[in-house]
Design a protein around this ligand. Structure first.
Ligand code: HEC
Length: 196
């Protein structure tokens, strides 16, 4: 009994030392990882991927093979609808063809409000109503990640007004049926006798 107890005591002591060693090791590793700027960019990367920004902004993604060496460098696939034809823009920090001349706040503001720094509104299918729901901390992390990307020189075609012709590939959205039509396209005429 006594011997067994002592043996157990020693065993527990040894386990205690091992556990302390382990947690000490983990602590040092965490301290090394905890560069706040780096972890913000990591979080931004996580948000960018899970929010689907690659889908439209990274070439190949819609075809099942994203080319991450050209991550978020824009697309030449046109999206055609009542708004005209739009193209997912180059988000990399290239000053001529990307967002290189935008400040972090200007990018954040476009994602928050759907309005670019020149006052124009982001057209479909850019899902800014989704990004407008991000917390400020997440929004800043997402922008920090975008700004950390390697710049890629790639001018996407300019957006076209309704009726504009584009020779490249286009995703044409057909006129919606009754169920899918946005209110602006399907508002019934005001009933007779109402003030509206
Ligand atoms: C379904 C396709 C699609 C997805 C997904 C998408 N975008 Fe876009 N994005 C577009 C299109 C199209 C435009 C251009 C809209 C226009 O011309 O008005 C655009 C424009 C932008 C712009 C404006 C850039 C400029 O030069 O004007 C920013 C910033 C942007 N997207 C960021 C993002 C981020 C961040 C995500 C992920 C959270 C994202 N987008 C997801 C299609 C998409």
């Amino acid at each position: 009994m006594k011997v067994g107890g002592r043996f157990l005591g020693v065993a527990f002591l040894a386990m205690g030392i091992a556990a302390a060693g382990l947690s000490l090791g983990a602590g040092t590793k965490d301290a090394k990882k905890a560069d706040p700027a780096k972890s913000e960019i990591e979080r931004g990367r996580y948000l960018m991927i899970t929010m689907g920004c690659n889908d439209c902004h990274t070439p190949g993604t819609l075809y099942g093979e994203p080319d991450f060496s050209r991550m978020l460098s824009g697309s030449e696939l046109g999206w055609r609808g009542p708004w005209g034809t739009t193209f997912a823009r180059n988000l990399t920090p290239d000053p001529e063809t990307g967002l290189g001349t935008w400040t972090a706040e200007e990018i954040a503001n476009a994602l928050r409000s759907g309005v670019r720094k020149d006052g124009s509104v982001l057209k479909p299918p850019m899902p800014w109503p989704n990004t407008s729901q991000l917390t400020e901390a997440d929004l800043h992390a997402l922008v920090a990640f975008i700004r950390s990307l390697p710049p890629v020189k790639h001018a996407v075609p300019a957006a076209l007004p309704p009726g504009g012709e584009y020779a490249g590939p286009v995703v044409p959205l057909p006129a919606p049926g009754k169920w899918d039509a946005p209110a602006s396209m399907s508002a019934p005429p005001p009933a007779a006798g109402t003030t509206k």
